[in-house]
Design a protein around this ligand. Structure first.
Ligand code: DC
Length: 209
């Protein structure tokens, strides 16, 4: 079974998805990390980020590897920490919006989804990558709370800059952030991780019977 977890930055997707995968004994797939890794490589090679066909070829030639421990590798480089930098936060929507890049990523994500039992987090999982997912969740939270959560993960950035970045990213990601019609929407503003995980686990177990 596939559990699709979509929603904007700071809604709690990664923490929830990781815990849930552990609880269920499912694989965990962070599709945002794939877009981040390709963005990192494009920046590293000083490529033109507006050039969709070029970036599509880059993604095709350099598959992103995600291991069991959550390490992210591209072009034989471990980029696990580098892809969480503020510069990548800002540039990843520019790269992720190219259809040529998305096509390559989605194809790989579907192959990984087809291996079965996985919690997959992203923006378009329940709508495009895995529309047949057994359970679809759309996480959201109040923008201020989302900015605070991001701040805790990015102590190097000022609060105002971070809130602005988040807003710009929301606008740019918006086209890909439509919740699936059949997604269960959970507002995590006032919930802790354990509450959210328990609620989704309940849905998965009910579904499995
Ligand atoms: O979840 P995240 O912040 O690591 O995602 C990084 C970026 O990648 C985000 O700006 C949107 C994009 N993304 C996407 O377009 N589609 C996905 N399935 C996952 C992420």
């Amino acid at each position: 079974m596939i559990v699709a977890i979509d929603g904007p930055a700071g809604a709690g997707k990664s923490t929830v998805a990781r815990h849930l995968a552990e609880r269920l004994g499912f694989r965990y797939l962070d599709t945002g990390a794939m877009y981040r890794a390709v963005t990192w490589l494009a920046v590293e090679r000083s490529l033109e980020l507006e050039d969709g066909p070029l970036l599509g070829r880059l993604a095709e030639e350099h598959p992103v590897d995600l291991d069991e421990e959550g390490r992210v590798t591209i072009a034989e480089t471990d980029v696990t920490e580098a892809i969480r930098r503020a510069e990548i936060d800002r540039l990843v929507p520019v790269v992720a919006r190219h259809p040529e890049v998305r096509q390559v990523m989605r194809r790989r994500q579907r192959v990984l989804a087809d291996l079965g039992n996985a919690v997959i987090e992203g923006r378009d999982i329940g709508t495009v990558v895995a529309p047949d997912a057994g359970v679809k969740i759309y996480l959201n939270a109040d923008p201020d709370v989302r900015a605070q959560r991001r701040q805790a993960e990015r102590p190097d950035i000022g609060g105002d800059a971070l809130a602005t970045d988040l807003r710009l990213r929301d606008e740019s990601d918006a086209a890909r952030m439509r919740p699936a019609d059949d997604a269960e929407r959970i507002d995590t503003t006032a919930l802790d991780v354990e509450d959210v995980v328990r609620r989704i686990e309940f849905l998965v177990r009910a579904r499995v019977g």
